[in-house]
Design a protein around this ligand. Structure first.
Ligand code: PLP
Length: 441
């Protein structure tokens, strides 16, 4: 097969792209971020083409969504086949095969949770909202705990849990009451976080002593790898302690695997990576290769809500279910390769770290890897550097995306090859060489 490379033939954006940007900015909500001026025409595998014929290599997968790449033929065929049969019937009220198939499939992942039940939603946020309701319904308690720096979505319930940036919360108050935030385990920023000891767990215990009794807490929400907040991997000790504390006090441990799930870490779900299992988990993003689908998966004894207590008109839409079944068929056999190539990618990133001291930390698993940029003398986050790096990568034909204050998240489609990883690394190096004289790191 022909080996592809990024190809930039016009100024960015090109003239056709510029017209679309102008129209979009005239009519679309000013709240959209639009990280850079990419105007997509079509894509194939991990390659994206813009309206002016420029070719980009994607290492952010539409924010960790395009797990099988852009329009994988098996996924597209599954969607077309489902569309030929019927577009909608409402899974909350009626039955169809793809919905029962995808619920069965999800219930069989994460063996450490025992027997499970599944609720299907349209998005990650809708899954998290449902998990809040389920945890409260099941425990008959109302307080919730989440971690500083976490991102759980933008709807009003989700945003009460979210603290990755003030702008997600400012002027949207008063937010849902009964939510308390405490420190996440960040072993790079706090070297006292080890496999034997966790200051973040001590903070959680302090919260129980001073702010809310654990007996009033319905759930602790945690991302097994912090996503938007900076691709931060906590220690196994921290995760195990959360499990122990939740067991001791009858609190639901909820893993938000919207970003970390569906093969991204080289494990189907990151709970397996930690060897710690939740009572409830939420997922979305990569599970249907870009079709809108999310899920709440809970232990059977936890999903106790009765008939009609919760539902969704479109959740589990037949096209999305068909796309998801095809997606899992592609992802499941790929898991060992994702782990292996992820190690290769980390190895090459660590070589760069030895050369370019602006890289403070390289962390993650599989294709969920964070590269944190810092001022090497003070270790202060190099946010401006990261933003410039992201834009420069775009002009060189590789799509990078930042997260946290100064981290580049590497979350490519799960089908990338070593050749594409090498292109990404070489482009990173070219960016460092260009930026170094300006920043003098
Ligand atoms: C961990 C996590 N939870 C929830 C969400 C919200 O998902 P959605 O944008 O599909 O509502 C996101 C989105 O980035 C996420 O990363």
């Amino acid at each position: 097969m022909e080996k592809l490379y990024p190809e930039i033939k016009t100024a960015l954006p090109g003239p056709k792209g510029q017209k679309i940007i102008d129209k979009d900015l005239a009519y679309s909500s000013p709240s959209y971020i639009k990280a850079y001026n990419l105007v997509v025409s079509h894509g194939k595998g991990p390659w994206v083409y813009d309206m002016d014929g420029n070719r980009f290599l994607d290492f952010m997968a539409g924010i960790a969504v395009n797990s099988t790449g852009y329009s994988h033929p098996k996924v597209v065929d599954a969607i077309k086949d489902a569309a030929d049969k019927f577009l909608h019937i409402c899974g909350t009220d009626f039955f169809y095969p793809s919905m029962s198939d995808i619920c069965e499939r999800l219930a069989n992942f994460v063996p450490g949770m025992g027997k499970k039940k599944v609720f299907l939603s349209n998005s990650g946020g809708e899954a998290v909202e449902g998990a809040i309701k389920l945890a409260r319904y099941h425990t008959k308690r109302s307080n919730l705990i989440s971690f500083k720096g976490s991102f759980h979505g933008r709807t009003t319930g989700c945003v009460a849990l979210t603290t990755s940036k003030t702008k997600y919360r400012a002027h949207f108050g008063a937010l849902m009451p009964g939510v308390y935030h405490t420190d996440f385990c960040d072993p790079y920023r706090d070297p006292e976080e080890t496999e034997k000891f966790s200051p973040a767990i001590n903070k959680l215990n302090e919260l129980f002593e001073t702010i809310t009794s654990p007996k009033e807490v319905a759930a602790i929400f945690v991302e097994p790898i912090l996503g938007e907040g900076g691709y931060i991997t906590p220690t196994k000790f921290f995760m195990k302690e959360l499990r122990r504390i939740c067991d001791e006090h009858g609190i639901m441990l909820v893993f938000d695997e919207v970003q970390s799930g569906n093969g991204r870490t080289g494990y189907m779900f990151a709970s397996e990576m930690h060897g710690v299992y939740p009572d409830i988990f939420t997922t979305a993003k990569g599970m249907a290769s870009g079709m809108p689908l999310g899920a709440i998966v809970a232990k059977e004894e936890v999903m106790t809500w009765g008939r009609g207590t919760h539902g969704s008109t479109y959740g589990g839409n037949p096209l999305a279910c068909a796309a998801s079944l095809a997606t899992y068929d592609i992802i499941e056999p790929l898991l060992p390769t994702i782990l292996e190539l992820g190690k290769y990618m980390m190895g090459r990133l660590n070589d760069l770290k030895a050369k370019y001291h602006v890289i403070g930390d390289v962390r993650g698993s599989g294709f969920m890897v964070g590269v944190e940029f810092v001022d090497p003398t003070t270790l202060a986050p190099a946010s401006e550097f990261m933003e410039e790096f992201e834009q420069l990568g775009f002009t060189k034909g590789v799509l990078f995306l930042g997260c946290g204050t100064s981290t580049i998240r590497l979350s490519p489609p799960l089908i990338v090859t070593q050749h594409e990883i090498d292109i990404m690394i070489d482009t990173m190096e070219a960016c460092f060489k260009e930026l170094m004289p300006k920043y003098k790191y």
